[in-house]
Ligand binder design. Structure first.
Ligand code: GRF
Length: 190
């Protein structure tokens, strides 16, 4: 078995990307082990997944950002976690926090960055009349969805797409791309 890197996944919502990472991480050769799931939303579907797969999880409200990050740091250090995956985590982390884990925080975003950063990527793509969209896995820096791009997958926008259909179709790609990139990144291929 590869020497798996202790990792934490941050979520806010549904957790479909979390699910794909959990499934991949159960593979003998996948380079990360999910030791902790952190949610800033008590109602996040991902919390149910944490329970189902018996992965330790913490809910910390993020309205007080300093307190939130202090709580996260405490848990991360306690568990000797070395790699952080954001998977639908809807809160901007502070520069201090990001600097502590430089090049150790990775995110998936539902657009072809640098196009359509922020919380409404599909809405923005549709409003812009984009013919092609997709998803991006990138390292997290101090900006909003602005860190170095590791990989992208493209998808054609169909004439009758709305935000929901686009999100659903892009997520199919996300669930493949995110584990692939983590695998390659850990192997030093990216
Ligand atoms: C995904 O589209 C991801 O790219 C974005 O937020 C969404 C989260 O979905 N950052 P889920 O919670 O993983 O289902």
């Amino acid at each position: 078995m590869v020497n798996k890197t202790s990792s934490c996944v941050f979520i806010s919502g549904n957790g479909s990307n979390l699910k794909s990472l959990i499934k991949s991480s159960r593979d003998y050769n996948f380079p990360i082990k999910i030791e902790l799931i952190i949610s800033n939303n008590i109602k996040a579907g991902g919390i149910r997944l944490a329970k189902r797969y018996s992965i330790p999880y913490k809910f910390f409200p993020s309205n007080d950002q300093k307190k939130f990050e202090r709580n996260c740091l405490f848990e991360i250090k306690k568990r000797k976690i070395k790699f952080l995956c954001l998977a639908g985590f809807m809160k901007i982390l502070s520069s201090n926090f990001i600097r502590t884990f430089r090049h150790k925080i990775i995110n998936i975003h539902p657009s072809l960055l640098p196009k359509y950063p922020g919380a409404h990527a599909h809405r923005d793509a549709l409003a812009d009349g984009a013919k092609v969209t997709g998803c991006t896995v990138h390292l997290v820096d101090e900006g909003v969805d602005s860190g170095p791009i590791l990989a992208q997958r493209e998808l054609e926008v169909l004439p009758d797409d709305d935000e929901d259909s686009l999100s659903e179709r892009v997520k199919v790609l996300e669930h493949i791309l995110y584990p692939e990139v983590i695998d390659a990144f850990a192997a030093g291929l990216l």
